[in-house]
Design a protein around this ligand. Structure first.
Ligand code: ADP
Length: 293
């Protein structure tokens, strides 16, 4: 299976160019769409999910025209939106059963087997009689995956799924995603770099509606070998360093500041060369995009 997104553009009535000639090729497995808030991720996710129109461009799932054959795509799609709302008074089991009916599974026994299967897969079986309004954020997101899996989708879209989850819930959710990502296309839209480095075999960085980079995380990281340098400085020195060096990120470190600088040659002997991470890839591309604006 392959999702081909070609030159997709979208400008909102207020003039915001949310997508500018977005072109991506996405195969089976986990694909990470990484970008800061406002980059255009949800706009692209909603467009693929047939919930809004593009101004121009095309999207194909194999030979199905996503922008035109909306009903066909909806049958192949599982979608966990960013603002996933549920009916708080309904139990997990009842809502999944309703969704299964909507997906056309009319046999009661078959439906129970399917619903129980997804409740088990998402580790929610013991909570099945609880009202959704009592679920934690992590449980709700796992429930969101259970509903997205209903009806055997070939393409799953999850929009910012781990934002707001505590570390343990996030791990559980990541494990669930990596299990389902083996047999279908899963697009994970996120601003959390670690989600992409931990889960995805392919990725793109999007910023202000434009794709800045696409590739395999391992490859794009190794492209930065020998180009990332670190130094710990005092807080008051930061502005001076920002003026003199290509600082791509700063982190607090024992009350001081750890800088990462991107440059092909040693900035000066006081800097130490470090192994690049996906965070370095992300920040260096966002920074150079901002500089060229
Ligand atoms: P992301 O999901 O990466 O945070 P969005 O796709 O939500 O980004 O938004 C991209 C840009 O489009 C932002 O500048 C946002 O303010 C703008 N935007 C999103 N939805 C609308 C809308 N319905 N009307 C006008 N502007 C919008």
């Amino acid at each position: 299976m392959k999702l081909s997104i070609n030159n997709v553009c979208k400008t909102y009535p207020n003039g915001v160019q949310a997508l500018q000639n977005v072109t991506l090729e996405i195969s089976t497995g986990m694909f990470g769409l990484l970008g800061p808030n406002g980059a255009g991720k949800s706009t692209l996710m909603r467009t693929i999910a047939t919930l809004q129109e593009a101004d121009s461009g095309s999207i194909f799932l194999d030979d199905i025209d996503v922008l035109k054959e909306k009903n066909t795509i909806r049958q192949l799609l599982g979608y966990l939106p960013q603002d996933f709302g549920v009916y708080p008074e309904i139990t997990a089991e009842t809502l999944l059963d309703h969704i299964a009916i909507l997906k056309g599974i009319s046999n009661k026994k078959e439906r129970k087997e399917i619903v129980d299967g997804f409740l088990n897969q998402t580790n929610l079986y013991s909570h099945r009689k609880k009202k959704l309004g009592t679920f934690s954020g992590g449980m709700l997101q796992r429930f969101g995956i259970a509903q997205a899996l209903m009806g055997n989708p070939k393409l799953i879209i999850v929009d910012e799924p781990t934002a707001g989850l505590d570390p343990e819930e996030r791990k559980r959710f990541q494990n669930l995603l990596s299990e389902i990502g083996e047999n279908m296309i899963v697009i994970l839209s996120t601003h959390i770099v670690d989600d992409v480095s931990e889960l995805c075999n392919n990725m793109a960085i999007i910023h202000e509606g434009q794709v800045l980079l696409k590739g395999e995380p391992m490859q794009v990281i190794s492209d930065l070998n020998g180009k990332i340098w670190k130094k710990v400085i005092e807080k008051h020195e930061l502005n001076q360093y920002k003026q003199n060096f290509n600082v791509i990120s700063t982190n607090l470190f024992s009350g001081k500041i750890m800088l990462h600088v991107f440059t092909c040659n040693s900035p000066d002997p006081s800097f130490v060369s470090v192994d690049p991470t996906l965070e370095d890839v992300y920040f260096s591309h966002i920074k150079s995009a901002k500089l060229t604006q």
